[in-house]
Ligand binder design. Structure first.
Ligand SMILES: [Zn+2]
Length: 77
Protein backbone atom coordinates (compact mmCIF):
# COMPACT_ATOMS: atom_id res chain seq x y z
CA UNK A 1 0.00 0.00 0.00
CA UNK A 2 1.38 3.39 -0.91
CA UNK A 3 0.77 6.51 1.09
CA UNK A 4 -1.70 9.11 -0.13
CA UNK A 5 0.38 11.68 -2.05
CA UNK A 6 0.68 15.05 -0.37
CA UNK A 7 0.28 18.20 -2.48
CA UNK A 8 3.38 19.62 -0.80
CA UNK A 9 5.66 16.80 -1.94
CA UNK A 10 4.19 15.89 -5.33
CA UNK A 11 6.51 16.80 -8.20
CA UNK A 12 5.44 19.94 -10.01
CA UNK A 13 4.36 19.70 -13.61
CA UNK A 14 6.69 21.49 -16.04
CA UNK A 15 5.76 25.15 -16.38
CA UNK A 16 4.47 25.70 -12.87
CA UNK A 17 6.25 28.67 -11.30
CA UNK A 18 4.36 28.86 -8.01
CA UNK A 19 1.97 26.68 -6.09
CA UNK A 20 -0.29 27.68 -3.21
CA UNK A 21 -1.95 25.25 -0.83
CA UNK A 22 -5.61 25.98 -0.16
CA UNK A 23 -7.26 25.63 3.24
CA UNK A 24 -8.91 22.43 1.99
CA UNK A 25 -5.67 20.82 0.83
CA UNK A 26 -6.01 21.47 -2.90
CA UNK A 27 -3.44 23.53 -4.76
CA UNK A 28 -3.53 26.65 -6.89
CA UNK A 29 -0.90 26.44 -9.62
CA UNK A 30 0.61 29.47 -11.32
CA UNK A 31 2.12 29.03 -14.77
CA UNK A 32 3.83 31.29 -17.26
CA UNK A 33 5.40 34.57 -16.27
CA UNK A 34 5.94 38.16 -17.27
CA UNK A 35 2.77 39.65 -18.72
CA UNK A 36 1.25 36.27 -19.51
CA UNK A 37 0.76 34.24 -16.37
CA UNK A 38 -2.18 32.03 -15.52
CA UNK A 39 -3.48 30.33 -12.42
CA UNK A 40 -5.64 27.26 -11.98
CA UNK A 41 -7.24 26.06 -8.76
CA UNK A 42 -7.31 22.27 -8.65
CA UNK A 43 -10.07 22.36 -6.04
CA UNK A 44 -12.78 24.41 -7.74
CA UNK A 45 -11.28 24.78 -11.25
CA UNK A 46 -11.12 28.57 -11.02
CA UNK A 47 -8.86 29.84 -13.80
CA UNK A 48 -7.41 33.27 -14.52
CA UNK A 49 -5.14 34.01 -17.43
CA UNK A 50 -5.63 37.72 -18.07
CA UNK A 51 -3.02 39.15 -15.70
CA UNK A 52 0.72 39.50 -15.32
CA UNK A 53 2.82 37.33 -13.07
CA UNK A 54 2.74 39.54 -9.97
CA UNK A 55 -1.02 40.05 -10.05
CA UNK A 56 -1.61 36.39 -10.82
CA UNK A 57 0.46 35.33 -7.81
CA UNK A 58 -1.57 37.69 -5.61
CA UNK A 59 -4.83 36.30 -6.97
CA UNK A 60 -3.61 32.74 -6.44
CA UNK A 61 -2.56 33.40 -2.87
CA UNK A 62 -5.79 35.24 -2.07
CA UNK A 63 -7.86 32.45 -3.57
CA UNK A 64 -5.91 29.74 -1.74
CA UNK A 65 -6.76 31.42 1.56
CA UNK A 66 -10.50 31.25 0.83
CA UNK A 67 -11.12 28.22 -1.37
CA UNK A 68 -12.66 25.31 0.51
CA UNK A 69 -13.29 23.06 -2.47
CA UNK A 70 -11.75 19.66 -1.94
CA UNK A 71 -9.25 18.37 -4.48
CA UNK A 72 -10.67 15.75 -6.79
CA UNK A 73 -9.60 12.38 -5.41
CA UNK A 74 -7.41 10.21 -7.58
CA UNK A 75 -9.70 7.53 -8.98
CA UNK A 76 -8.41 4.04 -9.49
CA UNK A 77 -10.82 2.06 -11.67
ZN1 LIG B 1 -10.59 27.14 -5.69
Amino acid sequence: MSKQPSPATEPWEPGIIARYLTVAGATVDVRGGGDHASMTCLGCSLHYSAFGEQRTRELAQGHAEKCRALPRPAVTP
